[in-house]
Design a protein around this ligand. Structure first.
Ligand SMILES: C[S@@+](CC[C@H](N)C(=O)[O-])C[C@H]1O[C@@H](n2cnc3c(N)ncnc32)[C@H](O)[C@@H]1O
Length: 254
């Protein structure tokens, strides 16, 4: 029984073999890549910008020329890396690493338009098997990405491996709304409005149904903090935002 559980993962509410989940996730993001940024604004009413701003404020990259290497994992179209580059000094170099070539392609075009292509680069890669050297980054961010990774514990160990001692890990992820009243409203919105928006904007309701279901399956913040601790991170803690819709997790490689 335990073995069965170890060999499956959640694709939304469906249990699928671990090996199949990544391919299904890849289909979702290939399908929505071109409209991904627009959908984020529509789905969240623009509030994802405030959540991401909170992540950058916590990252607090140096404003000086001091070298600062940031890995933005599952970085998709580059939102977090661009925001970091816009507030940081000239010493910041960000690498956006994502498994999906379609998302990265949109990101590369955005970097050129924003004149940030000299400081933000894009690399295809799997969070479970990073191609970067041990202890090579000052910080790692992952926003709305970790729940899509089939083996979260493996990815957390990889993140720990590539961080320098003193390196900061920040993870922004959807969480669980426990506020009475808001929970019902959020449920209705998530399961009715979001897939419909997805259908209208991207022609793909199913992908957005998966995204909503995967949120419900993601561990609660205390459990995720425990997983971070198991991967080696110290001082794992979190703050919830917007009544629990998202949580910002933080931990350090000491
Ligand atoms: C919801 S998007 C988040 C993009 C971006 N971080 C943001 O906040 O806008 C999730 C991203 O995770 C990526 N992803 C899924 N599985 C991955 C994996 N195993 N390794 C790296 N990236 C992965 C997807 O390709 C997708 O671009």
């Amino acid at each position: 029984m335990a073995q069965d559980r170890a060999d499956t993962s959640h694709f939304g509410y469906r249990d699928v073999p671990l090996g199949d989940k990544q391919a299904m996730v890849d289909d979702v993001f290939r399908s929505v890549a071109g409209r991904y940024d627009l959908m984020n604004d529509l789905m969240s009413g623009g509030v994802h910008r405030a959540w991401k701003a909170a992540m950058i404020a916590r990252l607090n990259p140096p404003r000086s020329k001091a070298s600062f290497r940031l890995l933005d994992l599952a970085g998709g179209t580059g939102d977090i890396a661009f925001r970091a580059a816009q507030v940081a000094g000239p010493g910041l170099q960000a690498i956006v690493c994502d498994i999906n070539a379609s998302m990265l392609e949109v990101g590369r075009e955005r970097a050129i338009k924003k004149h940030l292509d000299d400081r933000v680069s894009f690399v295809e890669g799997n969070a479970e098997q990073l191609s970067f050297a041990d202890k090579s980054f000052d910080a790692c961010t992952i926003a709305f990405g970790i729940r899509n990774v089939p083996r979260i514990d493996v990815a957390l160990r990889e993140i720990y491996r590539v961080l320098k001692p003193g390196g900061h890990f920040l993870c922004l992820e959807f969480s669980h709304v426990d506020t009475p009243g808001l929970d019902k409203l959020y449920e209705l919105y998530s399961f009715n409005v979001i897939p419909e928006l997805g259908r209208i904007v991207t022609g793909d309701a199913e992908s957005y149904r998966y995204l909503v279901e995967s949120i419900r399956k993601f561990p609660r913040p205390n459990l995720f903090a425990e997983m971070m601790g198991n991967a080696g991170f110290a001082r794992a803690k979190w703050d919830v935002m917007s009544g629990g819709i998202v949580a910002l997790h933080s931990g350090w490689r000491l």
